[in-house]
Design a protein around this ligand. Structure first.
Ligand code: COD
Ligand code: ZN
Length: 364
């Protein structure tokens, strides 16, 4: 089957034929229907984050079940599923305490499947599976716990987005920050994930939602998802502007949704006393943010990380499905570009150029 393989950071993804072995126990073979173009994959392509190579990237996907391995009971051939990039073992400390997005067994096995091997290979060379999803391909073998069944009439491109940017973004507002009605929110970085922090904050009845980005088109686009104010941080000092817009106080909640030391600092410094700073982006491995420890203490700020929106993916993705069906989440306008798998490198060029909204591969 055809897949987009990353062999070396800094090089384009190579589209080639690879082999995919049948699913083992508690694994499922799926045909990919939609795969989202998320910045996290780009971090691996640029070498800003580490993954064992060669690897098939892609962690935001929706698919149709083709074949199930031994012992699989929760899905069957023909089912439509959202793929989770943190499938969970159900037995480790974090799964037992209900924090399934932090599953230790998933972290320990990384871009292998749970048994520590890959189903992907090219002749004798192993190929790794990003997030145990690897959906920049025609097909994938994924853990059963990474398959979240959805109704067959649910649109697949929108379903794919629930696999990452929706759950990560809406979850950051809903579960990590628990935004209170009437509060002031600032979102630094308004791409696919940031737009969902914005619409999550709108859903939770924030009264002021300040979108911060370096790209005017992304800011304009953010207004359609609930932003009430725009700040171009290339043209204005974002910290001063957020303070001005919040009566000198700073925002109740600030979200960093790009992934850099600089944007973490903007989020920290524009949060009010007693407020909450939520960091969603992964900064390049070499960077360190300058956080003033005195401000942290004297201003009683809460600084927290948010991974997969602090969600329990298999439970909370179904809430996103229902919120969309109830007209409370706008996923239709999020999808701004459709691509063929063959054009994946162009899709990432468009992301880097700052095209607003989300690109989705819908032809394989
Ligand atoms: N200040 C403000 N905005 C900026 C700046 C800046 N200095 N630089 C760039 N931006 C804007 C861009 O113009 C763009 O609009 C936006 O930031 C980024 O949007 P996208 O669409 O390119 O990126 P997303 O939304 O797909 O991804 C953002 C993440 C923060 C999720 C990603 O970069 C990341 O760090 N992922 C790792 C963390 C994680 O949880 N990964 C799991 C799967 S996502
Ligand atoms: Zn993602």
């Amino acid at each position: 089957m055809k897949a987009a393989v990353l062999y070396e950071p800094g090089k384009a993804l190579r589209l080639e034929e690879v082999e995919l072995d049948p699913p083992k126990e508690h694994e499922v073979r799926v045909r990919i229907a939609a795969a989202g173009i998320c910045r996290s994959d780009l971090h691996f392509m640029k070498g800003e984050a580490k993954i064992t190579l060669p690897a098939v990237l892609g962690h935001e996907g929706a698919a149709v079940v083709e074949q199930v391995g031994a012992g699989v009971t929760t899905v069957k051939a023909g089912d439509h599923v959202i793929l989770s990039f943190v499938p969970n073992c159900g037995r480790c400390y974090f799964c037992t305490m209900g924090r399934t997005n932090l599953c230790d067994t998933h972290a320990a096995t990384g871009a292998n499947l749970f048994d520590g091997t890959t189903r992907l290979h090219k002749n004798s060379q192993r190929i790794y599976h990003m997030g145990k999803v690897a959906c920049f391909a025609q097909e994938a073998v994924v853990p059963e716990s990474g398959c979240i069944p959805i109704p067959k009439d649910f649109p697949m491109a929108q379903a794919a987005l629930i696999g990452c940017c929706v759950t990560t973004g809406v979850g950051a507002a809903m579960f990590s920050a628990q935004v209170q009605p009437g509060s002031a929110v600032a979102v630094v970085g308004c791409g696919g994930v940031g737009l969902n922090v914005i619409q999550g904050a709108r859903l939770l009845s924030a009264s002021k939602i300040i979108a911060v980005d370096i790209n005017d088109a992304s800011l304009e686009f953010a207004m359609r998802f609930g932003a009430t104010h725009m700040v171009n941080s290339k043209a204005q000092d974002p910290v001063a502007k957020i303070r001005e817009l919040t009566g000198g106080l700073g925002a109740d909640y600030t979200f960093e949704v790009f992934g850099s030391a600089e944007t973490v600092e903007v989020a920290f410094n524009s949060c009010r006393k007693g407020g909450t700073v939520v960091v969603v982006g992964l900064a390049p491995l070499s960077q360190r943010a300058a956080i003033d420890p005195v401000a942290l203490v004297r201003f009683e700020k809460t600084l927290k990380g948010s991974y997969y929106g602090s969600s329990r993916p298999s439970l909370d993705m179904l809430r996103m499905v229902d919120l969309y069906k109830g007209g409370k989440l706008n996923l239709d306008d999020l999808v701004t570009r459709h691509y063929k798998l063959d054009d994946i490198n162009k899709a990432y060029d468009d992301l880097e150029r700052g095209a607003p909204g989300r690109g989705v591969i819908t032809s394989f």
